[in-house]
Design a protein around this ligand. Structure first.
Ligand code: NDP
Length: 450
């Protein structure tokens, strides 16, 4: 059973469902924020008077376009491209592009909506947006990826710009894809506009630490949660789902801080390595030849278990970091984590934990950090990339990582302070939603009827 919504936002939610039929992930993301806003509305009637919440749920602009391209056999292929420019009260629209067959408008809108509050929470001048395509990069050659990325940008270029909308990577979009898109943007516009995309390569305008930022940032956030109770990563047993960009760098930082990651996964299955995941091997398999976690088990030896299908959350751990995809941690997985003594769950991915799973965790006293706080390090470092591009500068790894760590500490503290202020001590969900909301809502009020 979902939690009841505050009366003042019930009609807003009903309107969201009516106006966006079938977009279940978007409904879920909106509901999750609205559930937190009761105390804010009670304290600040100006937000209801100005219909801020209703306006926040409606994107400023939604773009859907055709992406034709040819495969290696010369056959014409067709995909659909999206960019949802959700809110620019705090700065240019900012958020990644996802290439995955599951992408449709409801996924892009859920991600774009989350992005508004996440970006606000960083304290940096960035609005919220998201985009992508239902293109499936799996099994495609490098030349096919390039032709698709170029075709995608041939339409997208007219909607973006360093002061307008600044996309980045997400699932299925890494430095390679950003490179092909940046090259096409440069060709079409005849501008070397570094600040139009983030996640660029280091030799052509990228920032150090951007690749590592989401995973490292999530771990810095958990480190702050542990410190808040006088604890640390030292000796902790950790499970990280996924084995993509976020998961790999989360594993790296956990190992640097003294924890041991014993399991990770892909969409086919998961591996358990009681000696701790050998990250060099995993990186070689994933980044070197885009392999599977099953290849890791085969390469590392008999002590590694590979479980095809199944739930990675059955593996006992102290800390769990879902870093794969939305709704990957359902209610029964939450119950397994509780049963096995897990004390912290922090979302490296966007909305990986279902609402009922979150309730199970919280009722059991498991401390839970939502993605819009815990995985904000990626977009924060993208904003640092924009700063470096604007000043034609390039910072050292150490300096950039220090900035990231400071930002994650500030986000953590902002969540706790806000949760305290609104009568929900220790509640990271309420803290993140309310702190993210109030900053963007105040900007919207100040800018007139936008
Ligand atoms: P990648 O494409 O690099 O990796 C995704 C990983 O998740 C892959 O290993 C994929 O396996 C795995 N996966 C997908 N579906 C499942 C599933 N159902 N069960 C288990 N594993 C699965 O994406 P990212 O690491 O960049 O993104 C992961 C999450 O983090 C997403 O929710 C994204 O929105 C979020 N995020 C990413 C940011 C970034 O900077 N990259 C920033 C903030 C949030 P397979 O290869 O089999 O598909």
């Amino acid at each position: 059973m979902p939690q009841p919504l505050p009366d003042s936002v019930q009609s807003v939610f009903e309107e969201v469902i009516r106006r966006n039929p079938g977009e279940t992930e978007f409904h879920q993301a909106v509901r999750e924020v609205l559930e937190s806003l009761g105390p804010v509305i009670a304290k600040h009637p100006q937000y209801t008077d100005g219909e801020i919440i209703r306006r926040l749920c409606e994107p400023e602009r939604q773009i859907i376009f055709r992406v034709p391209w040819t495969d290696d056999a010369g056959r014409v292929q067709l995909n659909r491209g999206f960019r949802v420019e959700f809110n620019s009260a705090l700065g240019p629209f900012k958020g990644g592009l996802r290439f995955h067959p599951s992408v449709y408008l409801g996924i892009v809108k859920f991600l774009g909506f989350e992005q508004i509050f996440k970006n606000s929470l960083t304290g940096l001048p960035i609005g919220g947006g998201k985009g992508g395509s239902d293109f499936d990069p799996k099994g495609r050659s490098d030349a096919e990826i390039m032709r698709f990325s170029q075709s995608f940008m041939t339409e997208l270029y007219r909607h973006i710009g360093e002061y307008t909308d600044v996309p980045a990577g997400d699932i299925g979009v890494g430095t390679r894809e950003i490179g092909y898109m940046f090259g096409q943007y440069k060709r079409i516009t005849n501008r070397y506009e570094s600040g139009v995309l983030t996640g660029k390569g280091l030799t052509w305008g990228g920032s150090r630490v951007r690749t590592e930022a989401t995973g490292y940032g999530a771990v810095f956030f958990v480190d702050e949660m542990l410190r808040a109770t006088g604890d640390s990563f030292e000796g902790k047993r950790v499970v990280v789902s996924g084995s993509g960009n976020v998961a790999i760098y989360a594993i790296e930082k956990i190992h640097q801080l003294g924890g041991t990651v014993v399991a990770c996964s892909d969409s086919n299955g998961y591996i358990v390595d009681e000696q701790g995941i050998d990250l060099d091997l995993l990186k070689e398999i994933k980044n070197g030849h885009r392999g599977r976690v099953a290849d890791y088990a085969a390469a590392r030896g008999a002590h590694v278990a590979y479980v095809e299908g199944g739930s990675i959350w059955d593996v006992p751990c102290d800390v769990a970091l879902p870093c794969a995809t939305q709704n990957e941690l359902p209610e029964d997985a939450a119950r397994a984590l509780v049963r096995n003594g897990c004390t912290i769950v922090a979302e490296g991915a966007n909305m990986p934990t279902t609402p009922t799973a979150i309730r199970v965790l919280r009722e059991a006293g498991v401390r839970f950090a939502p993605g819009k706080a815990a995985n904000a390090g990626g977009v924060a470092t993208s904003a640092l990339e924009m700063q470096q591009n604007a000043s034609r500068d390039s910072w050292s790894f150490e300096h950039t990582e220090e900035r990231l760590q400071t930002i994650m500490r500030q986000i953590h503290d902002r969540c706790l302070t806000t949760a305290d202020e609104y009568g929900a001590p220790g509640d990271y969900v309420a803290g993140a939603n309310i702190a993210g909301f109030t900053r963007v809502a105040d900007a919207m009020l100040a800018l007139g009827l936008i």
